[in-house]
Design a protein around this ligand. Structure first.
Ligand code: DGY
Length: 338
């Protein structure tokens, strides 16, 4: 049996990141803590999200921040963080981080793509099915004890199989939704500025107007940027078929929620499935009052395995930057001005 030599352990070469101070705004699973090696880790264990004031107080002492989409990393926060070298966002989206300010402060920003693709696509498809087949309305009816028995016209919904799916933004998650749609015999249209490099077989690129006018189900998968804020507003909703379903698992502000609520209330649209909202956790009374909207609390990537994988990826990204290596998932930053 071989015995470990304690002197060898003592002689372990220290990497440049070993003495770094890392703050994580959420508790890390063991594998993610392990990815940070011997770095000094402070963990916010209080209410989620970490209060902005507490983050602002802590950020002056740290070299790396592991944060979530609920943590605002803006110019004011970065100005208080002279030692900060990396913001490792534990999400694929990073609209919570001011990229221009990060570039100006020389801070690397990273995200967690790939590991959440299939999980997020599962939820998008769950919303498609739930909205089309009125799953939540049925659940509410049964729970309330109001179900009077089988009836030929009870909760008639829409067929998903064979329908046309319009995907806005054929990135990783959009493409994963398209793969699921093929299993349902759906025709797939997609819209994005540039043709996808490897579009799923049979997926057809069309203009946004054509997609909205044609699709039975429209599923949104674009990041939130200045160009995509309210991408789907009153005008776009008016282009959609009256019997169509809108599903949003991207970011709430991609849709004008007030316009959507009005369209649904007036029968301009059959149903919607929403996992994301413009001012989370606030969801408008108008949306909550509508029976034909399925609402979930931003849980597209929320499985135990995927959240653990995301945390490991975030930790690896931070560790790489602190060790002066290129992180696996850098977010492209704008060139600093001046
Ligand atoms: C992300 O990673 O951006 C998702 O919204 C998390 O569920």
């Amino acid at each position: 049996m071989s015995r470990r030599n304690p002197s060898r352990r003592r002689a372990r070469v220290r990497s440049p990141g070993d003495a770094a101070h890392v703050l994580t705004t959420y508790p890390l699973p063991p594998a993610a803590r392990a990815a940070l090696g011997t770095m000094r880790l402070a963990t916010h264990r209080g209410p989620q999200p970490m209060p902005a004031a507490a983050l602002a107080r802590a950020v002056g002492r740290i070299d790396a921040l592991l944060c979530q989409l609920t943590d605002r990393v803006d110019a004011a926060l970065l100005a208080r963080a002279p030692r900060l070298r990396v913001v490792a966002n534990c999400a694929v989206g990073y609209d919570n981080v001011d990229l221009a300010a990060a570039a100006a402060h020389g801070v690397v920003v990273t995200n967690t793509p790939d590991v959440l693709t299939e999980t997020s696509a599962d939820l998008a498809f769950a919303l498609i099915l739930a909205a089309a087949r009125r799953v939540c309305e049925g659940d509410r009816l049964v729970r309330a004890g109001r179900w009077r028995g089988w009836s030929p016209d009870l909760l008639l919904g829409r067929d998903v199989h064979g329908a046309t799916l319009g995907i806005v933004g054929l990135g990783r998650i959009g493409a994963a939704v398209a793969r699921r749609a093929r299993g349902f015999g759906m025709r797939v249209l997609y819209h994005q500025r540039h043709p996808a490099r490897r579009p799923p077989a049979g997926a057809l690129r069309v203009s946004l107007t054509r997609l909205l006018a044609t699709a039975d189900v429209v599923s949104l998968h674009v990041p939130l940027t200045a160009a995509t804020r309210h991408l789907i507003g009153a005008r776009e909703l008016a282009h959609m078929r009256r019997d169509a379903i809108l599903v949003n698992t991207s970011r709430g502000a991609v849709v004008d929620e007030a316009a959507l609520a009005r369209a649904l209330a007036r029968g301009r649209l059959a149903a919607a499935g929403l996992d994301v909202f413009g001012r989370e956790p606030h969801v408008s009374r108008a949306l909550r009052a509508l029976p034909n909207v399925v609402l979930t609390p931003h849980v597209a990537s929320a499985t135990t395995a995927t959240r653990a994988r995301m945390a490991v990826v975030a930790a690896r990204n931070a560790a790489a930057v602190l060790a002066r290596r290129r992180p696996p998932n850098p977010v492209p930053l704008p060139a600093p001005i001046g």
